[in-house]
Write a protein that binds this ligand. Structure first.
Ligand SMILES: [Ca+2]
Length: 215
């Protein structure tokens, strides 16, 4: 699975493409942030996907960014909580644009409760480069970085031989950065008192230097 956890089974192709990251994975523990010092910067951001299911509740890309991680697809409109690509394609992708490069330390992808195996063999691509692959793991996927990564585009791609091995169908993607009052690898430091707090507040205090935006 896409995670800094050790001992997971990786596909050979994925392993070769991310060997540099694997070497880093073994060098340090993932960033550990107190929950109240982080926030999900992906919610309600702009997204796109290769296709969407055109019947049975559709499956628009934004349903994976609506802030609701309940893993059910067949909720009543407009509260369906999962995206869903077409049943007919063997190559599917989904993408979110965070709007600008943001230092994030963790990504969580929530599976559809009734189809956890649809989380298998998903490539996680950051700014156009494959970072990891979920491999044979099913259910929710967690990617915890050893140090914050500056990311604007997160893309998930799934390629299979038939609809069940190729469909992208998950219920929420979260990408975590420090909240607007914090900076540092683990969001351990408070921003300076002179930092303005305005939208988008998560860039008012630089994650790496603590500098206030615009100063
Ligand atoms: Ca959702």
């Amino acid at each position: 699975m896409c995670s800094s956890s050790k001992g997971r089974v990786w596909g050979w192709i994925a392993a070769l493409s991310v060997i540099a990251e694997l070497l880093v994975f073994t060098a340090a523990a993932p960033v550990n942030v107190t929950p109240e010092h982080e926030w999900n910067v992906a919610v309600s951001k702009s997204c796109s996907q290769s296709s969407h299911r055109s019947s049975k509740n559709n499956g628009f890309c934004g349903r994976a960014l609506n802030g609701n991680k309940t893993g059910y697809y067949y909720d009543e409109e407009p509260n369906s909580n999962c995206q869903h690509t077409s049943d007919t394609e063997t190559t599917n992708w989904w993408s979110v644009d965070l709007g600008l490069g943001i230092y994030i330390h963790k990504i969580i992808i929530y599976a559809r409760v009734t189809f956890p195996k649809r989380m298998e063999n998903i490539s996680v691509i950051l700014n156009g480069i494959e970072y990891c692959n979920t491999g044979a793991s099913e259910g929710d996927a967690r990617i915890s970085f050893d140090s914050p990564q500056k990311v604007r585009y997160i893309q998930l791609t799934r390629i299979g031989q038939d609809q069940e091995t190729a469909i992208l169908n998950f219920c929420e993607l979260e990408a975590y950065s420090c909240n607007f009052t914090r900076w540092g690898e683990s969001c351990e430091t408070k921003c300076g008192t002179g930092c303005p707090h305005s939208v988008p507040s998560h860039i008012q205090c630089d994650r790496i230097t603590g500098a206030c935006s615009g100063n």
